[in-house]
Design a protein around this ligand. Structure first.
Ligand code: PBG
Length: 325
C-alpha cells in the first residue's frame, strides 16, 4: 500500500538535535525558587520522612545550601521555620521576635550570600498553636484581627533584611494591608509575592509534617480556595494586583495548570507556580518503589508547569533540576 501523507510532524522529532531546535519550552536554573526548612541549632540536618532528600536545616547548613543554590544559578530561596510547640501561641508572638530563628537566619544568609534573593512566608501557621493561618476564636478564623499580626510579621521580616515577603494565608485584604505597613515603616523596596490563588489542597500534607503545622482542629476551607473554582482564582489574582502585589502565585501547580494558563493570560505580573510538597512526595515515593523513573518524571512535570505559563517555579526539586539544566 502506498499512502499520500502531506504532513509528517514526525520529521521534526527524528533526532535529538532537531527536537532540541523545535523545543518550545526550556527550563533554566533561574526559573526556580528553592524552599528551605529551618531548625534551631548548629550542624543539624533532620530528615523529613514524607519528603525524601529534604531536610530541616540549622542556619549554618542553610547558608551552605544558599551558596550551592546560587552557584547553580538559582536566584532565590523561600524560608520556612520549624518551631517547637513551646514557642507557639495563639497570636504567633514568636513571628516578630527580632532574634527569632527566621530573622537570625535571614541575617546570616545576607552576610554570607548577599546576592541571593530571600523570600519569606507571611502566615501564622508555623507560629500558631492552633496550626491555622489566622487568629482562631471559638472555631472561627478572624480576618481583620489577623491582618494586624501579618503586618507586624512582614515588618519584622523586612527589618531582618528579607527581599520579598509572601503572604500565604488567604485572608481578605492582606496584600494591601502589608504593602501599607511596609511602606509606612520605610520598606518600599521590599516586594510582595502574593499567594493569590491558594487552594485548600490535600497536597500540603508533607509540608505540614515538616513544620508540624497541621491544624489542631478543623480545616483551612474557610480561607483557602475550593479546588473546584477557577473564575474565583482570577478574582483573587486581580484583587492582589490591585492591592500592590509584585508577583502572583498559583498553588499547587501540577493539578492546577489550567489556572496557571488562565492567570498568565489575564495579568502582566510574573506568575509563580508552587510545586508543593505532595507533588514532590508522589514522585519521590513512586521512584523509591521503582514504579516510575523519578528524574524523567521531575523534568516532565517542571516542563509542563513552565509550558502552562509559569514564569517562576517554587519547587523542592530546584537543585536537582538545576543540576540537569
Ligand atoms: C503556610 C504554607 C503552607 C504551604 C506553604 N505555606 C501550608 C498550608 O497552607 O497549610 C504548603 C507548601 C507545600 O505543601 O509545599 N501557610
Amino acid at each position: 500500500m502506498t499512502f499520500r501523507i502531506d504532513h509528517r510532524p514526525r520529521r521534526n522529532r527524528q533526532t535529538a538535535s532537531i527536537r532540541s531546535m523545535v523545543r518550545e519550552t526550556r527550563l533554566h536554573p533561574s526559573d526556580f525558587i528553592l524552599p528551605l526548612f529551618l531548625v534551631d541549632g548548629q550542624k543539624k540536618q533532620i530528615p523529613i520522612e514524607s519528603m525524601p532528600d529534604c531536610f530541616r536545616l540549622s542556619s549554618d547548613l542553610v547558608v551552605k545550601e544558599c551558596q550551592e543554590a546560587y552557584q547553580l544559578g538559582i536566584p532565590a530561596v523561600a524560608l520556612f521555620p520549624s518551631l517547637p510547640d513551646s514557642l507557639k501561641d495563639r497570636v504567633a508572638s514568636e513571628s516578630t521576635n527580632p532574634d527569632g530563628l527566621l530573622q537570625r537566619t535571614i541575617c546570616q544568609i545576607k552576610g554570607k550570600v548577599p546576592e541571593i534573593t530571600i523570600i519569606t512566608d507571611v502566615a501564622m501557621d508555623p507560629y500558631s498553636i492552633d496550626g491555622h493561618d489566622g487568629l482562631v476564636q471559638d472555631g472561627e478564623i478572624l480576618n481583620d484581627e489577623t491582618l494586624e499580626i501579618l503586618i507586624r510579621m512582614a515588618v519584622s521580616q523586612a527589618e531582618a533584611g528579607v527581599d520579598i515577603v509572601a503572604p500565604s494565608d488567604m485572608m481578605d485584604g492582606r496584600v494591601g494591608a502589608i504593602r501599607q505597613g511596609l511602606d509606612q515603616h520605610g520598606y518600599t523596596r521590599v516586594g510582595i509575592l502574593a499567594y493569590s490563588a491558594k487552594y485548600a489542597s490535600a497536597f500540603y500534607g508533607p509540608f505540614r509534617d515538616a513544620l508540624n503545622s497541621e491544624p489542631r482542629s478543623g480545616d483551612k476551607k474557610t480561607y483557602q480556595m475550593d479546588p473546584a473554582n477557577r473564575r474565583e482564582a482570577v478574582r483573587e489574582i486581580l484583587m492582589d494586583v490591585d492591592q500592590g502585589a509584585d508577583m502572583v502565585m498559583v498553588k499547587p501547580a501540577i493539578i492546577y495548570l489550567d489556572v496557571i494558563a488562565e492567570i498568565k493570560a489575564r495579568v502582566n505580573l510574573p506568575v509563580v507556580a508552587y510545586n508543593v510538597s505532595g507533588e514532590y512526595a508522589m514522585i519521590k515515593a513512586a521512584n523509591k518503589l521503582g514504579w516510575l523513573d523519578g528524574e524523567a518524571a521531575m523534568v516532565e512535570m517542571l516542563t509542563a508547569i513552565k509550558r502552562s505559563g509559569a514564569d517562576i517555579i517554587l519547587t523542592y526539586f530546584a537543585k536537582e533540576m538545576a543540576e540537569l539544566c
